[in-house]
Design a protein around this ligand. Sequence first.
Ligand SMILES: Nc1ncnc2c1ncn2[C@@H]1O[C@H](COP(=O)(O)OP(=O)(O)OP(=O)(O)O)[C@@H](O)[C@H]1O
Ligand SMILES: [Mg+2]
Length: 228
Amino acid sequence: MIQLFRVSKIYPPNYPALTDIHLHVEKGEFVFLSGASGAGKTTLLKLLFREEEVTEGQIIVNGRNVTRLDGGGVAGMRQEIGLVFQEFKLLPTMSALENVALAAEVVGMSRRESRRRAFHLLRELGLKDKHDARPLTLSGGEQQRVAIARALVNDPILVLADEPTGNLDGDMAEETMKLFLKIHEKGTTIMIATHDAGLLKRFQHRAVLLQRGRLMGDSKPAKDEVVP
Ligand SMILES: Nc1ncnc2c1ncn2[C@@H]1O[C@H](COP(=O)(O)OP(=O)(O)OP(=O)(O)O)[C@@H](O)[C@H]1O
Ligand SMILES: [Mg+2]
């Protein structure tokens, strides 16, 4: 599902955020991307959906060479990915439900089905009473859950999440993780960046460790692969 071949990212003018990363994630895997603040976790996720471009190396996501896509290709790839990022970018004039449903409508789902899905997802995320609320009247953790619902509404084949439990208290973080596990059980590939060691301990999944932009540990090391 995800392959990185000798990937490096240097931010201008000369900051090496990632160096020589080699990583292979199979379809259906659940992977934590761990490492201290500044290690390069967010950068790696951004390379995967072409928010940032590699300086060197190749990235394949679901069979597409991300490093060579044109604008249309990038849009197509992003439709298959559910993104949960720290800045939620919820639309302030729409309700929580409308924010989630809109993400489904724009890729062609009927209004009725979009709203039905949004309704169920928000309920699963503990926002039953907040369907009609505008994002700015929600707490940080509630906004985060709306953003998670929005990322999941189109049944993505891959979910990339950047500190998705960062703003949540213990119980809600636990509930949110359980939701990710549930989607994972349906066969979705999941990659979650976190510096929360507790999360890694609590949920025993593959963990990849970045240190100062280098891959320094992997609880399931990749076999040697042929560089294309
Ligand atoms: N747009 C940018 N321009 C220049 N440097 C950047 C840029 N984005 C990130 N960096 C630098 O690259 C390094 C890696 O940043 P990144 O955001 O990937 O780390 P992170 O592991 O996600 O950290 P955190 O846990 O704090 O979110 C940092 O030193 C950061 O300052
Ligand atoms: Mg980060």
